[in-house]
Ligand binder design. Sequence first.
Ligand code: HEC
Length: 227
Amino acid sequence: MEFGWLEVTVASIVLTLVLGSILTRGRDWLDPEFWKRYAIVGSVVMFIFLWILTFDTLSKTKIGSERVPSPTVINYKIGYEYNPEKGYYMPVVYKDQKELLFGKEYTEEEAMELITKGKLVIQSRACMDCHTLLGNGAYYAPDLTKSWLDPKWEKIVVPMTQAKDKAEAMVKFLMEPDKYATWMRRMPNLGLDEEEAKAVVAYLKWMATINTNGFPDHFGESKLVKF
Ligand code: HEC
């Protein structure tokens, strides 16, 4: 049996009620001691459940786990497909189709170094003052969690920048977003050099492979922009 949020919630309430009724046996419900004991039991049970859930979450958000692939996924083609069983879109890594970033195949160590640099570049320029990643940040500019899969790169930015592929187009955009604007809100030029922009692209490609339970909702199905 798989434990979801409903089972965990019901189990913690039932356990609180059972332990509470054992520890308050024979006491009148108007007795303050009755409520004191229930409060203590409730707090202890919820603390234990939250403790277990925290470790359960940590194991599921680790790099290399089922939901968060190893950084070497940047060497492969990434898709976004509807999963009817789950009822949401999921990133898919086509392990039989290589799609090298900047013509290079990265080892696990090199890929990790590159995406770490990308993360540091993003932190150094406070990109989250405008954008969100995994829902964290500001809601002024597009969420970047699945930006790698945004059809606009191939449809608009590749032709506009004359780049030879999507990754190169993203690098050009990131180095001069004011020149290659695709929206009425403009992104300022944040002075990224080529190496920094490449690292950000690798980070965004890896980020797009994380299974986020369908977040952001309706990604790629915008009613405003039809490709
Ligand atoms: C002052 C606000 C602001 C900051 C800071 C900012 N951006 Fe943007 N960004 C925007 C806006 C607005 C757009 C949409 C512009 C467009 O499409 O022409 C955008 C678009 C993008 C896109 C394209 C998203 C898509 O799929 O359409 C990427 C990728 C991106 N930004 C990355 C970054 C990175 C990386 C940083 C930090 C180095 C950053 N941005 C900092 C405002 C900002």
